[in-house]
Write a protein that binds this ligand. Structure first.
Ligand SMILES: [Zn+2]
Length: 469
């Protein structure tokens, strides 16, 4: 007994055609025109709709202890929100503290992941580079199947690392074949600006944005790409927001360096006027990097269109209004972050595909296939091929939805896209061969999500930085 998806226009990162897809035992077993239903097959009629590989969000945080609190969506609710929006796989970050045993923290992460409703894996954060770090990294890659790491240049005094530590981590990542994801902001400069602004009595949310202007991101992006080039590491810059950062990435790619960039819907669709909202409402938009002034958004869209940026993630991390209130008197204490995993596909479709900025193939590549390739999950994820996991989104281009905290699936009382109307929504979502969402009805199972062990894949060729200039 399986699932047969009939008459849909199957869209991949390369092409599209009207084909039927048969799923059984959790995988895709047949793709052909005009397939007949077998006994007991559940048939989904996708006439007039598109059929995509399930979305892959390469950047989320579930139940993360951060800034004196814990983010609200966990592996159960965050995974469910993703499924409701067509994202069937996500990558969280396992983040040890500077003085923690990374392997112990990884064991804790595995424990809290057991309730996952969707498939997942982790990027392993490297928050210091000490005696044991090389061995931890080797273990993560070779024994735990975690083939990507994360370094933070921001969050000085918490997760942030020094340049010498970046060099150590990147050399080891290159040695073991791990991709290095990077939060690129100049940590010292941010701390200086934060303290200066607060010292001048500037306490409101908008000063969060002013304390991390775009050159702070541009410099760090440039620096970390230079270090990657000289250590042979593959760098993937997360949540890129501004023209300076895009330019740094474009130049590195032009020089032949293998490196990647991600942006998120909030940086494409919002501008810094959100911080002017009255009554502390701007706190909902406090995240790092911050929402940028008008002008940067167009640069990001163009970078998606032209292929300078490769993926769209979300940096999903939800905090309630009450948690945000921790920084009412001092913007430095507002927990950073916002939700997005449920809304990513619809926002990118509505604002990217519908106006003609992106083709449907680019949409699939940006939301699923490319991240699967970069992070060693392809072709199990991010593809519609026989043998791939049966993670499939049936997409109704005529369906619409108004995004709102009243109806979203997040454990949060605010949504930064409140009131956004989107046309183009999932009508059916299949994950591992099970229908988990159909026409507004979410049927997830606690614990059904699986940890995805990875190998540094042959699909990503061994990376040699070709530029040393
Ligand atoms: Zn993040």
């Amino acid at each position: 007994m399986g699932i047969l998806i009939k008459n849909g226009t199957v869209v991949t990162a390369l092409d599209e055609a009207i084909l039927d897809i048969r799923c059984g035992d959790g995988v895709i077993v047949q793709i052909a025109p005009d397939l007949d239903a077998g006994p007991g097959d559940e048939v989904i009629d996708a006439s007039g709709q598109f059929v995509f590989p399930g979305g892959l969000d390469p950047h989320v945080h579930m139940a993360l202890p951060f800034m004196g609190t814990v983010s609200l969506d966990d592996y159960e609710t965050g995974g469910a929100a993703g499924l409701a929006g067509g994202t069937t796989t996500f990558i969280d970050f396992c983040i040890p503290g500077r003085n923690d045993d990374a392997m112990e923290v990884l064991a804790d992460w595995r424990e809290k992941s057991k309730i996952a409703t969707a498939d997942y894996t982790y990027h392993m954060a490297v928050t210091c580079w000490g005696e044991k770090s090389d061995e931890w990294l080797r273990k993560a890659v070779q024994e735990e199947g975690i083939t990507s790491i994360k370094i933070f240049l921001a969050y000085k005094g918490a997760f942030g690392v020094e340049d010498s530590e970046i060099i150590g981590a990147m050399k080891a990542a290159a040695k073991y074949g791990a991709v290095v994801t990077v939060h690129a902001e100049h940590g010292e400069m941010v701390a200086e600006l934060q303290n200066r602004l607060f010292g001048e009595g500037k306490t409101e949310p908008k000063y969060h944005a002013q304390s991390r202007p775009s050159p702070v991101e541009g410099e760090a992006t440039n620096r970390v790409l230079m270090i990657a080039a000289h250590t042979g590491a593959t760098a993937y810059i997360v949540h890129m927001t501004c023209s300076e950062a895009v330019q740094a990435l474009a130049e590195a790619r032009e020089r032949g360096q293998i490196c990647y960039g991600e942006t998120c819907p909030q940086y494409l669709l919002l501008d810094d006027s959100v911080y002017e909202k009255p009554d502390f409402d701007g706190a909902a938009y406090v995240m790092s990097p911050p929402i940028r002034p008008k002008g940067h958004q167009e640069v990001l869209w163009n970078a998606l269109t032209s292929g300078i940026l490769q993926t769209v993630g979300t940096d999903h991390i939800t905090f309630s209004r009450e948690q945000k209130e921790m920084g009412r008197a001092d913007f430095r204490f507002i927990p950073n972050g916002a939700g997005g995993i449920q809304d990513r596909l619809s926002l990118l479709w509505h604002h990217g595909v519908s106006p003609g900025r992106l083709t449907r193939q680019q949409f699939v590549d940006l939301t699923s296939t490319r991240a699967a390739k970069i992070f060693h999950l392809y072709p199990r994820k991010g593809s519609i091929t026989v043998g791939a996991d049966a993670d499939i989104v049936v997409w109704d281009p005529e369906g619409s939805r108004t995004i709102s905290a009243r109806t979203h699936a997040y454990q949060n009382d605010e949504n930064i896209f409140e009131g956004f109307q989107v046309k183009g929504v999932p009508s059916t979502v299949v994950a591992n061969g099970h229908i988990v969402y159909r026409d507004g009805d979410l049927r997830v199972e606690r614990g059904a999500g699986r940890f995805l062990a990875r190998n540094p894949a042959p699909l990503t060729p061994p990376v040699l930085a070709r530029s040393t200039s």
